[in-house]
Design a protein. Structure first.
Length: 80
């Protein structure tokens, strides 16, 4: 489960066993978790975050989208 980035209380990562899904990133804080598609950026799943925090997370994902896609492609390959 490679961690790509930590910002404050948030950890952005992907699971190493998900290469057949579209490019995405998971984000956790405490017991909360969300998953965002990266191309285009959009919420895929939410487990406990409030709407206001999801908007904040989506903005962080947008800001770091290129970095997340590069990390995904570096790990899984650009076809992954």
């Amino acid at each position: 489960m490679p961690t790509i980035l930590r910002i404050g209380p948030y950890r952005f990562y992907f699971y190493s066993h998900e290469p057949n899904e579209p490019v995405h990133v998971h984000v956790d804080r405490d017991e909360l978790s969300a998953k965002y598609w990266l191309q285009p950026v959009g919420l895929a799943r939410n487990f406990g975050f409030a709407a206001k925090e999801l908007r904040k997370l989506q903005n962080l994902v947008i800001q770091h989208q290129a970095e997340f896609v590069e990390a995904w492609n570096g790990y899984f390959g650009s076809d992954g």
